[in-house]
Design a protein around this ligand. Structure first.
Ligand SMILES: Cc1cc2nc3c(=O)[nH]c(=O)nc-3n(C[C@H](O)[C@H](O)[C@H](O)COP(=O)(O)O)c2cc1C
Ligand SMILES: C=C(O[C@@H]1CC(C(=O)O)=C[C@@H](OP(=O)(O)O)[C@H]1O)C(=O)O
Length: 354
């Protein structure tokens, strides 16, 4: 299996299945001499871990990370940082009924078609459990970029969305609601909507917006490795992601050039930021902002019709501990993938000019 690594200069490789002994990762290219803030890493993991509230899966994991290498006396050595997170609360019996039955819109059939066999328990390696390792990598990457602030929040759940731009939101309040939406009235409607669908045995999708401040002009490699292209890959590699747009995105196509162009006030300062802080694949020093679309969770209790491995029709009512929506737990995953992408480009930028 290839494709378990992300990044160029700073590279995260992850391994492990949801119901195996542990998941883990190796972060290569992390510079030596950095004092590691272990508390910040655990705090990020706590925001992603399962079992947080009735808006998330009931699986209870402490997601305590154990560092195995690359750190000595609290500082990075410049050598690969290896780590594991034990799996402690698997309920593999929940998946017995799914061994030979394909869940609609999960990864069951496509994995079987590709590999001929799979660890069906908890979705195996296709489970979003793997994303805990990305959060460790992201929290370490963030420690290389003191000036950069990455803030994600839930902007929409199903048909309910925040109607004001991010510039009018207090992003320090994201964690004030369980859904991680910084607009209190909208957050409450979002939670009601999710809980109603959960009661009906259904699930909800939505949109996460991410805002990044403090990136200087000059990060991003302008041909294949454009900053927005790598951010797009980072986001689209997260489980259940269906779309990515940055800056004016799809809505910008309805404007004229004269309306969309960011008119220039002075060198490095624009009057608007429809570009989303990226021009020609390179950061221009303004806020970077993008949106990520997540589909509703595939594993729902509501009756669905599917087939088993032998091709027989089966009625399926999925049991087990599933998230009614990915959104609140996906917020720290989006942040982590953005942090990994940015730190990689920060290190790459250091070789651009002597
Ligand atoms: C934070 C998070 C939690 C998730 N929890 C579940 C879950 O409990 N049940 C489920 O069926 N899918 C869950 N997913 C989505 C699946 O992992 C994903 O749909 C599956 O791997 C198939 O991949 P795809 O939807 O990207 O095609 C979750 C995704 C994320 C990001
Ligand atoms: C365990 C996590 O989330 C899991 C993601 C997931 C899926 O299909 O992606 C399915 C569920 O797995 P299980 O049935 O084993 O509880 C979630 O709980 C986690 O994020 O750490």
């Amino acid at each position: 299996m290839s494709g378990n690594s992300f990044g160029s200069q700073l590279k995260l490789t992850t391994f492990g299945e949801s119901h195996g002994v542990a998941i883990g990762g190796i972060l290569e290219g992390f510079p030596a001499g950095i004092s590691i803030d272990f508390e910040a890493v655990q705090k990020a993991l706590d925001r992603r871990k399962p079992g947080q509230s009735e808006l998330t899966t009931d699986r209870k994991e402490s997601d305590t990370v154990q560092f195995l290498s690359g750190i000595f006396e609290g500082k990075s050595l410049g050598t690969p940082i290896g780590f594991i997170i034990p799996n402690t609360n698997q309920k593999s019996k929940d998946y017995d009924a799914l061994k030979d039955v394909y869940r609609p819109s999960h990864a069951d059939y496509s994995w079987d078609a590709k590999y001929g066999s799979r660890d069906h328990r908890g979705g195996g390696r296709s489970s979003a459990r793997e994303t805990a390792c990305r959060v460790v990598g992201g929290a370490l990457a963030a420690q290389l970029m003191a000036e950069v602030k990455v803030s994600a929040f839930v902007q929409a759940v199903g048909p309910i969305s925040i109607s004001v731009p991010y510039t009018e939101l207090d992003l320090s309040k994201v964690d004030a609601s369980r859904i991680r939406c910084p607009h209190p009235e909208t957050a409450s409607s979002m939670e009601d909507y999710i809980l109603k669908l959960k009661e009906e045995g259904d699930s909800a999708g939505g949109v996460i917006q991410c805002v990044i401040t403090g990136v200087p002009a000059g990060w991003g490699e302008p041909v294949f490795d454009k900053l927005h292209a790598e951010l797009g890959k980072a986001m689209l590699s997260i489980n259940a992601v269906k779309g990515f747009e940055y800056g004016s995105g799809f809505a910008g196509t309805e404007l004229k050039g004269s309306e969309l162009n960011d008119s220039i006030e002075s060198v490095g300062v624009n009057r608007t930021n429809h570009s989303g802080g990226i021009q020609g694949g390179i950061s221009n020093g303004e806020d970077i902002y993008f949106r990520v679309a997540f589909k509703p969770i595939a594993s729902i209790k509501k009756k669905q019709s599917t087939v088993n491995k032998s091709g027989e029709q089966v009625d399926l009512e999925i049991q087990g501990r599933h998230d009614p929506t990915v959104l609140p737990r996906a917020v720290p995953i989006v942040e982590a993938m953005a942090q990994l992408t940015l730190a990689d480009f920060m290190l790459r930028a250091k070789t651009n000019r002597i």
